[in-house]
Design a protein around this ligand. Structure first.
Ligand code: COI
Length: 360
């Protein structure tokens, strides 16, 4: 993609005023987004919409029943001046998986790529210049936009691609190791739930525990598998990957967890490919136990994903984070209701004992 000549608009002035060195992971309003509507079994031809509020039916299923999923990918300005988008076809296929999981119409790979190109091309002046570590973050999402009061898929859906220039996700940048915590009493996903998809409902429940973790000096939450709590799943924001120490030939093994409740990260997949094809290392996707990590089996552990890129993990603790002041000072963060687990029991424990552990 190359920049088309632009008429001078307010967005152009806003883009010209960006201090690229100060970019974080915050909202920067760009010129426009691409919006497509699904009705009567098909997606329409889509339009570019000037940035601004989205109008939704008050009974939209995304608002009530969580029919919403999203993607994250990035566009970079390269040395030759062109802007390139990283592996949009892989994100397109993952969006299809998420749409299927929550009964929404799929977006074809072709439509996905078209929409991404449309949104990026209209906002080329918001792509950070070559030489800066920033990029244009691309957020495609699908929501149930049509009304429904019963528990039924929406009659109408929106597929939207919005873009936002970003720098580092974690303050301090990707050379700064961060502390992670495994918190007792909260699982990110259910054993046979939607943890492998990027549905919005996987993220909101992490907000409270993550805020609590931050208050205790941790940057990110790490989750164990929800069934046994013995194996590493992933971080709240990203996948887990680790490197073994080099062998006598300088070769390492890139290890990343296999689990049915983690997201299939495009960054992780790309790192695995680099490890094997570029560095000549071996790669293993297998169960990684917490005991293995705790015993120091790995030389390096990282969080990897589109937003966090490759963030080194300096330490991982496993503990109960008590809100020492009782209720949280932040009214949006649910206080811990039980000092030991953080779980509010709606049923008696005795009643829960009647449920059998259904192995698969
Ligand atoms: C991404 O890496 O693109 C994500 O969607 C993660 C999110 C927590 C920002």
């Amino acid at each position: 993609m190359t920049a088309p000549p632009r008429i001078d608009d307010a967005a152009a002035a806003a883009a010209a005023a960006i201090d690229w060195d100060k970019l974080g992971f915050d909202i920067v309003r760009t010129r426009s987004y691409a919006e497509y509507t699904w009705r009567d079994g098909a997606w329409d031809a889509g339009v570019l919409v000037p940035s601004g509020p989205l109008s939704l039916d008050v009974w939209a299923t995304s608002l009530h029943y969580g029919q919403a999923c999203f993607e994250g990918l990035k566009a970079f300005r390269m040395r030759d001046g062109k802007v390139r988008v990283f592996r949009p076809d892989v994100n397109a296929r993952r969006l299809q998986l998420s749409c299927r999981a929550i009964s929404m119409p799929e977006v074809s790979v072709e439509l996905f790529v078209e929409a991404v190109n449309r949104a990026v091309t209209d906002n080329l002046d918001f792509v950070p210049p070559y030489g800066h570590s920033g990029s244009l973050y691309i957020r495609p999402f699908v929501v149930g936009s049509g009304p429904q009061v019963g528990l039924t898929p929406a009659p109408e859906f929106k597929f939207i691609v919005v873009v936002n220039p970003v720098g580092d996700y974690y303050r301090g940048g990707i050379s700064q190791p961060v502390r992670a915590v495994i918190q007792h009493g909260f699982d990110r996903a259910a054993p046979r739930g939607t943890g492998h998809t990027k549905v919005a409902g996987n993220y909101a429940p992490c907000l409270g525990p993550t805020t609590r973790a931050k208050k205790h000096g941790y940057t990110v939450m790490l989750f164990l598998d929800p069934k046994t709590n013995r194996y590493i799943d992933e971080f709240a924001t990203s996948n887990f990957a680790a490197l073994t120490r080099p062998d006598v030939n300088g070769r390492r093994t890139y290890v990343t967890p296999r689990s049915r409740s983690i997201l299939s990260s495009v960054t992780n997949r790309s790192l695995t490919e680099l490890a094997v094809k570029h560095f000549g290392w071996t790669a293993e996707r297998r169960q990684v136990s917490w005991d293995e990590v705790r015993s120091g089996a790995f030389d390096e552990v990282v969080a990897c994903g589109t937003a966090v890129v490759v963030t080194p993990i300096g330490a991982i603790d496993r503990e109960v984070l008590l809100d020492t002041a009782g209720a949280s000072a932040d009214p949006r963060v649910a206080p811990l209701s039980s000092a030991t687990t953080g779980i509010e029991h709606l049923w008696d424990d005795a009643e829960l004992d009647n449920y059998t552990d259904d192995d698969d």
